[in-house]
Design a protein around this ligand. Structure first.
Ligand SMILES: [Zn+2]
Length: 274
């Protein structure tokens, strides 16, 4: 997820407790996300009702623990420097494998992802966005090295979404210079493994919940425009087409998806349990 050039957007700090082991670095157990660069102009929208169909469609795209394939060392192999994979590269829609090796290679990958995230002014980054189809995300809502908290989540799952929905202007490193409103639950209860493989559960709300959900979608091959209303989508349609054209020029391949031929209501929305 990308921060806007004008500074980190919207959000009123209603932070829930973050557990000490949630932090990448040790010794930071008492510090919390820093919100002092944020303004509190988040707009609350009406509570959304999840239809059974929406939840089912999400479940189809989502993962169940049992079905997930485990990543092999080859799946996790990478060579620095990594580059951001941009829409409409099919890597962003590919299935992401579960990680069960918490070794030095994984720690190196996390370091490289944080470096790239900061360099590109991001506040969150998922592994598929650097071409590695595994269930890993990193984020730091402050977006500055040495500030805020660096969060690493491996094989995350959502246990619970709040009924309260919030509209927020999102960016995405895989969609350079595109920003648009996306509605998501205000808070989530998740479980995941940390960089050492330890399982934990945590409640997130506000900006951390927002960044988490954006990156969690990446791990399921869902992109932020999949969740935009048709009206909002219309405002960025030309930008998406420009990226599709850029991909075709660069690769000599046809764009694997086109916003123009996307069927209305054909894309998964709703927030089912994973
Ligand atoms: Zn993104």
């Amino acid at each position: 997820m990308a921060a806007r050039a004008a500074g980190l957007h919207t959000y009123s700090p209603s932070l829930t407790l973050l557990l000490p082991f949630f932090h990448r670095q040790t010794g930071l157990g008492t510090s919390f996300f820093c919100f002092n660069r944020l303004s509190s102009t988040a707009r609350l929208s009406s509570t959304a009702k999840l239809s059974a169909a929406a939840v089912r469609s999400q479940a189809k795209r989502g993962f169940s623990f049992k079905e997930d394939e485990v990543a092999s060392p080859a799946d996790l192999h990478f060579e620095a420097p990594l580059k951001i994979v941009e829409y409409p590269d099919p890597i962003l829609r590919a299935k992401n494998k579960r990680i069960d090796m918490f070794d030095e290679n994984l720690k190196k990958l996390v370091d490289v992802m944080f470096d790239l995230m900061y360099k590109t002014d991001g506040i969150g980054l998922s592994a598929p966005q650097v071409g590695i189809n595994v269930q890993l995300m990193v984020f730091n809502p402050v977006g500055e090295p040495g500030e805020g908290e660096e969060i690493v989540l491996v094989n995350p799952r959502v246990n619970k979404y709040s009924k309260k929905m919030v509209l927020f202007n999102e960016g995405c490193l895989s969609f350079p210079r595109i920003h648009a409103d996306v509605e998501r639950p205000e808070s989530v209860k998740i479980d995941a493994r940390d960089i050492n493989g330890a399982r934990f559960t945590v409640n997130l709300s506000g900006l951390p919940a927002r960044v988490f959900q954006h990156e969690f979608d990446h791990l399921q091959g869902i992109l932020f425009f999949d969740r935009m209303t048709e009206e909002v989508l219309d405002s960025i349609r030309g930008d998406l087409q420009a990226l599709e054209n850029k991909y075709e020029d660069k690769t000599g391949l046809l764009s694997p998806e086109r916003i123009e031929t996307r069927k209305r209501k054909n894309v998964a929305v709703g927030f089912g349990k994973s």
